[in-house]
Design a protein around this ligand. Structure first.
Ligand code: NAD
Length: 477
């Protein structure tokens, strides 16, 4: 595929423009790098109509054929990794090596998901009746993706949605639409017309989608605040929703870790993708016995990390993706300054073009500070001292969020015991952020509704249907 600067939406198997256009900015230098269609109600109606038209044919396509097409889509991503990688860095900001990891992950997600099948349960098979429960597709799914991992998080939805037999309308974030539109060009060559439609637009487009009566389900990944709006807007037509929302993941570091060995791993748990990961470590609770040495090791490692334009050789952390998020992170830093919290590193605005915030680490701010209680979604990490396990669990669990979390310790059984008491959808022991297409992933509490991944995630794109067949009915000869 040619990674030229022409961007079109995919509606009903055709690459189409919209009357209005939307600028896309490279966050490393604030330059406009492309224009994409800015769809409105008319384009949305066309996309929904195309998906509705394609639905009966796709739902009736044998699952093995649907899987073969997902597999081909994955291969077409793999065949274009280099172009996607460069484009992802330009629109999102992440360094090339991370961009490559995301693109490979997107292909892998599509491929690996094909291992799953829709189960059929025999509830009763007696002389009197046969009762089975099967899972049928819902219809048309609206998929709304965020800007932190535009490609892989879109595939979290496309893989189960299409495998289950639904047709879809996918909308990327207005900040990161480019890779998704190039992916649409690949999909055009592989999928029947209308099975996957891709539309792009500004802030108005998401609410138009969630309110549209032509969708049977909305699968949304984004902030908790927007998730509430999505759920309210989906309610009048009782659309199914899967909501993958924000988090404030805690890492609990036990006193028996090897401080020197663990510091680098803990650093990246918080700062990969510039902290813009829903399951990034956003508050780090460190046992008092190792607080000072680990604090110092983290800061020493952080000083070696290169922040810069993701397209430059050696860059390890890029800019924040967009101006609104950049201002939000600066506001949290200002709040910490205003309250006199101690900065170990960073805290100053980088006076260069681009949305750069230096790596910032705070020394034991109070539990009720904004930087501990809120989701920062940027390169600012509070280190918090604890001395009692019950107390730290209470603090970790006293949050409206419940997305992920991690426990780190040499005594793996003890760490695993603690992990089971963290109220989050995923808890890791001695690693973090490892996700699998074959494992359910979702948030507890206000971090989400439903899951993606695994059989549980696949079934969220279906309705259970029970079929009951009477045997030897009285009126049958
Ligand atoms: P966001 O909520 O601002 O936007 C997400 C998407 O929703 C975008 O495509 C946006 O255009 C669209 N949107 C905005 N307003 C809408 C509305 N009223 N109705 C429907 N759609 C609307 O989120 P973001 O800033 O792009 O992403 C960052 C957030 O996403 C963070 O909170 C992060 O934790 C969360 N996130 C969660 C997961 C997860 O799997 N749980 C994964 C990644 C990111």
């Amino acid at each position: 595929m040619e990674f030229n600067n022409n961007y079109h939406m995919l509606i009903g198997g055709e690459l189409v423009a919209a009357e209005a256009r939307l600028d896309v900015v490279n966050p490393a230098n604030e330059q406009v790098i492309a224009c994409v269609p800015d769809a409105g109600a008319a384009e949305l109606d066309a996309a929904v109509a195309a998906a509705r038209k394609a639905f009966p044919g796709w739902a009736a396509t044998p699952i093995a054929e649907r899987k073969a097409m997902l597999d081909a889509l994955a291969d077409s991503i793999f065949a274009n990794v280099d172009g996607f990688k460069r484009l992802l860095t330009a629109e999102q900001g992440k360094p090339h090596h991370e961009a490559q990891g995301e693109i490979m992950g997107a292909g892998y997600w599509l491929k690996a998901y094909t291992a799953l099948d829709l189960p059929e349960t025999v509830n009763e098979d007696s002389d009197e009746r046969l009762s089975i429960t099967r899972h049928v597709p819902l219809g048309v799914v609206g998929a709304i993706a965020p800007w932190n991992f535009p490609m892989i998080l879109a595939m979290f939805k496309v893989a189960p949605g299409l495998l289950a037999g639904n047709t879809m309308v996918l909308k990327p974030s207005p900040f990161t639409p480019l890779c998704t539109l190039k992916f649409a060009e690949l999909a055009k060559e592989i999928l029947p017309a209308g099975v996957l439609n891709v539309i792009t637009g500004g802030d108005h487009l998401g609410p138009l989608m969630t309110a549209h009566p032509g969708f049977d389900k909305i699968s949304f990944t984004g902030s908790t605040q927007t998730g509430r709006r999505v759920m309210a807007s989906a309610a009048p037509t009782l659309k199914r929703v899967t909501l993958e929302l924000g988090g404030n993941d805690a890492a609990i570091v036990m006193p028996d870790v090897d401080v020197e060995k663990i510091a680098e791993q803990l650093f990246w748990a918080a700062f990969t993708n510039n902290g813009q990961i829903c399951i990034a470590t956003k508050r780090m609770y460190i046992h008092k016995d190792i607080y000072e040495p680990l604090r110092d090791a983290l800061v020493a490692y952080a000083r070696t990390v290169k922040v810069g334009d993701g397209s430059e050789q050696g860059t390890q952390i890029g800019p924040i993706n967009n101006e609104a998020q950049y201002n939000r992170v600066l506001d949290l830093i200002q709040d910490a300054k205003d309250n006199g919290y101690k900065f170990l590193l960073g805290g100053e605005k980088a006076e260069v073009p681009g949305y750069f915030v230096p790596i910032t680490i705070l020394d034991n701010p109070p539990e009720d500070s904004r930087i501990v209680q809120e989701e920062q979604f940027g390169p600012v990490l509070p280190l918090i001292r604890f001395d009692d396990f019950e107390d730290v669990l209470n603090r970790v669990n006293a949050s409206d969020y419940g997305l992920g979390g991690s426990v780190w310790g040499s005594d793996e059984d003890k760490a695993f015991e603690l992990a089971q008491r963290v109220q989050s959808g995923t808890v890791w022991v001695n690693e973090t952020q490892h996700l699998s297409p074959l494992a359910a992933f979702g948030g507890m509490k206000q971090s989400g509704v439903g899951v993606e991944g695994g059989l549980e995630g696949l079934l969220e794109y279906t309705s259970a249907q029970t079929l009951v067949r009477r045997k030897k009915a009285a009126f049958v000869n």
